[in-house]
Design a protein around this ligand. Structure first.
Ligand SMILES: [Mg+2]
Length: 401
């Protein structure tokens, strides 16, 4: 089999990222993780899948992470691989920064003089997160909501927000006012002050919000605190935001009642601020908000906690209106859809019962599985056997770009 060696690009994946192989080779025809350098022969490599052997051309020298990694496209490395790489470049803070949590949880946390400080930021980009024609008020609401949800996932109290807005020059002033009314309405609901930001001209609309908050004295919800034996539960219903997006893109005819529910789920998520705080007070220690999709987000918890999890597919809460429209596909949307902004958390049976009782009917809590000593998330069907489903969740560069 002939290969054009000019298409071969080498990069190095550190083993701690959990990817297969320490040194891998990318070429156009082979998935990056399917090829590796041979340990005994530093001058050649072979594809794991096809067995094709390739020789290095001259001038590459001995591979070092910093000198070689640039040869990858971000779409090959993926969002989480890229975060791992960049985290090695930036300073993480010394003792004077009193860091409690750096890169890798829903928000960064450090010890302030009076309380724990929380900080998070998230962007919404036209063409990636929303399309032209999305109502401006909802854009403002959602841009803040996704950040407040990250504070909720820490069990914290959001206090201040900064808004960084990029706009084309021909944007109507009235539209920008509507955007800010959406921001202001949600901020007012949670007593968040919008204290500044920046506006710049750009070819498309981009709204980046940064939220600062504080942790409760009882502690923080962290991705890294799930322990084997914990039950896994989720607030509310899952899959409605993804169902709304699909109904829109595929122009599916739905009832006015279903359309209203799906649109609200997609454009006007309700961050679970009070619920997150209540969880901390009742002794919950591990949580994440569902932004990438249930299975992907539970995977983040498992990885951070060095545990595994089982999820019973039929236990995952799907709203009847979503089930009514999407039937058999509703469960897949609930498991992988993303952008639900519900809280996924783990706790002992006793704590779980207390949380369920305290949240009441306003915010249903559904136990969907269990934390195990294993690794990764195992999805189980009704017969208790592994249940296959396509798509692990959202990775911005691999699936969205
Ligand atoms: Mg999050």
């Amino acid at each position: 089999m002939e290969r054009d060696e000019a298409t071969l690009r080498i990069f190095v994946i550190p083993e701690e990222w959990g990817l297969k192989g320490v040194e891998t080779v990318s070429m156009k025809q082979v998935h990056p993780l399917d090829a590796r350098l041979r340990e005994d022969d530093r001058e050649s490599c072979e594809s794991v899948r096809t067995g094709v052997r390739l020789r290095r051309t001259g001038g590459w020298g001995c591979p070092r992470v910093s000198s070689i990694i640039w040869a990858m496209k971000v779409s090959e490395l993926g969002e989480f691989g890229l975060i791992g790489l960049l985290a090695r470049i930036v300073p993480q803070g010394g003792p004077e920064h009193r860091m409690l949590l750096g890169i890798g949880d829903d928000a960064a946390a450090w010890q302030g003089d009076d309380s724990t400080v929380l900080a998070t930021t998230d962007a919404m980009v036209e063409g990636v997160h929303f399309t032209g024609g999305t109502p401006w008020w909802q854009l403002g609401w959602k841009a803040l909501a996704v950040n407040l949800s990250d504070i909720a996932a820490m069990g914290g109290v959001p206090t201040h927000a900064l808004v960084n807005l990029s706009l084309p020059g021909d944007t109507e002033v009235e539209d920008v006012k509507q955007l800010y009314r959406g921001l202001a309405d949600l901020a007012g609901r949670h007593q968040v002050a919008i204290v500044g930001g920046n506006i710049t001209r750009a070819p498309l609309i981009m709204i980046t919000v940064t939220v600062i908050g504080r942790g409760l004295v009882e502690g923080l919800l962290m991705r890294s605190r799930a322990v084997p034996g914990d039950l896994v539960a989720v607030t509310g219903y899952l899959g409605a935001a993804a169902a709304g997006l699909r109904a829109l893109s595929e122009k599916i005819d739905v009832s006015p009642q279903a359309a209203a529910y799906l649109n609200k789920a997609r454009l006007q998520p309700q961050p679970r601020i009070a619920e997150g705080q209540l969880m901390v007070k009742l002794g919950v220690r591990a949580a994440i908000d569902v932004s990438d999709g249930l299975l992907a987000d539970l995977g983040h918890v498992c990885k951070a906690s060095n545990v595994g999890a089982t999820v019973r597919a039929e236990a995952v809460p799907v709203h009847p209106l979503v089930e009514g429209v999407f039937r058999n596909d509703a469960r897949r949307l609930a498991l992988t859809g993303g952008e639900d902004y519900e809280l996924l958390f783990t706790a002992s049976q006793r704590v779980m019962e207390e949380v369920r009782a305290a949240l009441g009917a306003e915010c249903p809590v559904t136990v969907i599985g269990e934390i195990t000593h294993g690794t990764g998330v195992v999805l189980l069907g009704e017969d208790g056997k592994p249940y296959h489903i396509d798509g692990p969740g959202w990775d911005h560069f691999r699936k969205g770009g």
